[in-house]
Each structure stands twice: as C-alpha cells, then as structure tokens.
Design a protein around this ligand. Structure first.
Ligand code: DAH
Length: 355
C-alpha cells in the first residue's frame, strides 16, 4: 500500500509535535484516511472484508506505533534542547525583587536565644502534635479545666478507636515536662516554638509563637525570676528604663503565679516599651508547682524553680512596631522588606541584638 509509505514518510519527516499531530489527525482522526478505510469495511462483502480487514488493522497499528515513536523522539530532542540552552545558576544571588529577608519571628527567636545564652540558658524544643498528658494533665490542668475546651484547642482525630486524641500544643509549657524527664535537674532553658489555638482576629491567629522559660535548681526564688525577666527585657528592647510590675494571677502549673506588665511611654505618637506612663501585660510566670516538678520525675522537696511564658509575635510587634498580627503569616515580600531584616544577619549582644 503506497498510502502507507507516504504516511510513514510524513511521520518520519514531522519535525515538531504540531506537525506530527496534523499527520495523526489526517490518518486516524474522525475524517482521517485510515478511519475511512475502517469505515469501508462495513460495506464490503464477507470475502473481501476477510481479506482486507487484517491489512487495514495492521496499517492502523503500524501508523499508531510510528507516531508514538516519533513523538517520544521529538519530546526527548525538545528536552535536550532546553537542557542545553536554559541554564539556572543556583549560586547566583536572587534578584532584588524576589529575594526574601529574615522573618521578624525568626529574628526575635534568634535574639531570644542570644540573650538567654548569655545567661546560661540552653534552647529546647518539643513536638507540636502533643499528647494531652504533656499539654494539660502533667501541667496540673485536670480533665475539666476550661483551657481543655474544644473551642480553644485543636484536637486531632484518634488514629484508632479508644485512643486518646492528640492535640496541637496550645502552649510551649509541655516542654517543661519533656525537658525535666529527659535531662533531670538542674535545668535552665528556653523553648521557643509554634503553638495553636482556635482563635482569629487582628491580635490572634490560630498558629502563633511562644517562648517558655524554665529554671529548676535548689534555692530558686521569685527574686531570681524578676531579675531574669528584667535583664531579658532590658536586653531585648535595648533600653535601661524598663520597669516591670508583677500582678498576682493564676496558672495551674505555677504557685504563686504572676502576670508581668511592662511600663510604656509615648514616643513620636507611638506607644513604646520603657518608662512608666502606663502598663501592658507581656508575659505569664510563677514558681513551678510542686506537682509539675514531680511530673518531671524530680523530687519537689529537693528542687524548685520558676517558669514563664511569653508570646513571641507580640514581642516582635512591640519592638518593631507592627500592628496587625495577621500580616505575619501572609508571606507578602513587600511587608518583609518594609521591616528590613537582612537574610544572613545573626543578632549578637555586642552588635546590638536588634541591629
Ligand atoms: N502557658 C501559658 C499560656 O500559654 C503561659 C505561661 C504562664 C507559661 C505562666 C508559664 C508560666 O511557664 O509560668 O498562656
């Protein structure tokens, strides 16, 4: 069949996917030549059909296979051409318009690590998917504690029937128990990280960041707590006129408990930390509850300590003057650039932690 030869020649000669497709349509498409041959089988007498059908089917198969081969060859050639011509040098710096900067949350976490390292604290981490024991029970928050309520806590689906559901940790405090179990006393750590609560408005996002402070030793007093917080906040805000006020409060995992306010003043129409024109709450703290010490696997008659918990996003907002928490998680490069942290800048106490 000379028809077949022409078709195979045209397939071999097609040097683009578009051309090949045109050949395919002209042979196998609705009104293609092979389609027409197949249709003609219906009007043949039995004898002719028995003779012609195998030839026509073989032709269709031959052409289909030739098209597939040519297509694969054209695609490979196209890929090779692209690989040869389109080069991406990953060692080149990204253009100004797309290069990122360090996120304020990372910046503040680095600043915290730097400040507390200077006070002899290490940095600890814990899982974000946490058991109810670590997130609540071990921290002295019993079954019926309001903080365990569904509207605040993200509970995960149990993986098997009867299994107690895991939670997304609602605070960094479970790291207290995990660190106590893992390393025993004495302990001096901070634990920064993500936490989750079912809440969303200008000052609350369902995921946010906290830093936990945890110190266990012998003869630790409220005085150590206050001095540590004062030293930390002075270094963090880079001001000497930081004034703290401790208000009695209640947290199940500390006794006594105190909320800590920091004094603010007005500077060029903006409320800044420092001075004493008014007070704002910055963190929760207290002396570690004896049952929490026991749940760390330590003897509460021998060991005591203090703990504090603080919102990192809020610290960043106060220090760098952002007013909407939601923008933190929009991933908008213009917002990042506005705050202007450099990508590879590590804060140091000598260079100024926020420099
Ligand atoms: N875990 C508390 C919260 O998420 C914050 C907190 C308060 C932590 C007092 C502490 C503390 O370690 O002593 O609201």
């Amino acid at each position: 069949m000379s028809d077949a030869e022409t078709m195979l020649d045209r397939i071999a000669a097609a040097d683009s996917l578009g051309e090949l497709e045109a050949v395919r349509v002209s042979a196998l498409g609705k009104s293609g030549s092979i389609t027409a041959l197949l249709k003609s089988l219906g009007s043949m007498d039995a004898e002719t059909r028995a003779a012609e059908a195998p030839k026509i089917h073989a032709l269709r198969e031959q052409v289909t296979a030739a098209i597939a081969d040519r297509k694969a060859a054209l695609e490979t050639a196209e890929l090779e051409r692209k690989l040869a011509t389109e080069k991406l040098d990953l060692s080149l710096p990204a253009p100004e318009s797309v290069s990122g900067t360090i996120h304020p949350v990372s910046q503040v976490m680095d600043e915290l690590a730097e400040i507390f390292a200077d006070l002899g604290f290490s940095v600890a981490e814990g899982p974000e998917i946490e058991t109810q024991w670590y997130n609540f029970t071990a921290l002295n928050m019993p079954e019926n504690h309001p903080a365990r309520a569904m509207q605040d806590t993200f509970y995960l689906e149990p993986r098997s029937a009867g299994e107690e559901p895991y939670v997304l940790r609602t605070h960094t405090s479970p790291v207290q128990i995990r660190a106590g179990e893992a390393q025993g006393a004495p302990i001096r750590l901070i634990a920064p990280g993500r936490v989750y609560r079912s809440d969303s408005d200008a000052t609350h996002t369902p995921m946010f960041h906290q830093v936990e402070g945890f110190v266990i030793d012998k003869s630790i007093t409220l005085g150590h707590l206050k001095w540590t917080l004062e030293t930390f906040l002075k270094a963090f805000f880079e001001r000497d006129d930081i004034v703290l006020r401790m208000r009695p409060s209640y947290f199940p995992f500390t006794e006594p408990s105190a909320e800590v306010d920091v004094g603010w003043s007005m500077d060029k129409g903006r409320r800044v930390v420092g001075g004493e024109q008014g007070w704002m709450e910055v963190l929760g703290s207290g002396m570690v509850h004896p049952s929490v010490i026991a749940n760390c696997g330590l003897d509460p008659d021998e060991w005591q300590g203090f703990a504090f918990g603080c919102g990192i996003d809020r610290l960043a907002m106060l220090k760098y003057g952002m007013d909407d928490l939601r923008a933190f998680f929009d991933g908008d490069i213009r917002w990042l650039k506005h705050y202007g942290f450099r990508a590879l800048d590590v804060p140091t106490l000598s260079g100024g932690v926020g420099a």
